[in-house]
Design a protein around this ligand. Structure first.
Ligand code: PAF
Length: 287
């Protein structure tokens, strides 16, 4: 089937009507474009596991704060479409802002608890925007399965909870973080790093891996773990740590001891570029 590109909700629904009626399994990879190998791994998995693979490409304005990088966020629709075509995607949904938000939105999805810490602390309206746009995308496309990367661990936890709490009929599947050979997690924002910042940014994965080793060796107090991770990262010039946190894997609340499944997550600025990364810790599987 030739890949279809739809810019409107009406076109998309018309295209998908027969697919829904035919009982085919429809997979969706929601993205903001600027596709890199991390996204491509989600698309490949979606393609392999579903009868039909859809990719949405929409830089969602409601998840950016007023002083964030909405205007400069990379928009590379031609290259993205080419990647999708090559991987056998059936549908790209690439709406305009006006199509998605014809008037100022008055209905929002807010999650308690899970959005209090980590990225939610510094970006108070971010997850409201993410959940609302995903609810809209799920209603427009009605996928059976949607694919997300472990790199956005808080987004994933929030979405899983939203889908459960609101009985959204979609299964969320997680794919591992894809990394450069030196450990840096792939991100659309990596392209903004200077050569020096790019070299320094390897400290994020180094700090997380160090903490994982310490926990495997029996060090479970969070405070000294966080302190040393801060030192590893702050050794690079030009960095500003937004947060380094150890939280439980369920409600993402800070843990003073790593005595249950946990997430170590961080956000760090290199100049103006904010990078996130995380590592999943399940104490009994570390030994
Ligand atoms: O992870 C992203 O790229 C975005 O937050 C998402 C899920 C596409 C919603 O805009």
């Amino acid at each position: 089937m030739a890949m279809k590109v739809c810019n409107t909700i009406r076109q998309t629904r018309e295209f998908l009507r027969a697919i829904h009626e035919g009982g085919k399994i429809l997979g969706l990879v929601p993205t903001m474009g600027a596709l890199h190998e991390g996204h491509l791994s989600l698309i490949r998995r979606c393609r392999a596991e579903c009868d039909l693979a859809a990719v949405s490409i929409f830089v969602n304005p409601t998840q950016f704060g007023p002083s964030e990088d909405l205007d400069s966020y990379p928009r590379t629709l031609d290259a993205d479409s080419e990647h999708c075509r090559r991987l056998g995607v059936d549908l790209i949904f690439a709406p305009t802002d006006k199509e998605m938000y014809p008037s100022a939105n008055l209905t929002w999805i807010n999650l308690d608890k899970l959005t209090e810490h980590l990225c939610g602390a510094a970006r108070p309206l971010h997850f409201r925007g993410v959940c609302t746009v995903l609810a809209k995308l799920f209603n427009i496309i009605r996928p059976d399965i949607a694919y997300f990367g472990q790199k956005d661990a808080q987004q994933l936890a929030v979405l899983r909870r939203m889908v459960a709490d609101l009985n959204v009929p979609v299964e969320i599947r997680t794919c591992p973080t894809i990394r450069e050979p030196d450990g840096l997690a792939l991100s659309s924002r990596n392209q903004y790093l200077t050569a020096d910042q790019r070299r320094q940014a390897t400290c994020l994965h180094r700090a997380l891996s160090w903490a994982r080793e310490m926990i495997a060796a029996g060090q479970t107090d969070s405070a000294p773990l966080i302190q040393t991770m801060q030192e590893i990262i702050a050794a690079s010039p030009d960095v500003r740590i937004d947060y380094i946190s150890i939280v439980d894997n369920d409600l993402l609340q800070p843990l003073s001891r790593v005595d249950r499944p946990a997430l170590i997550a961080l956000a760090v600025f290199f100049g103006n570029v904010r990078l996130i990364d995380n590592i999943d810790i399940t104490p009994h599987t570390l030994k």
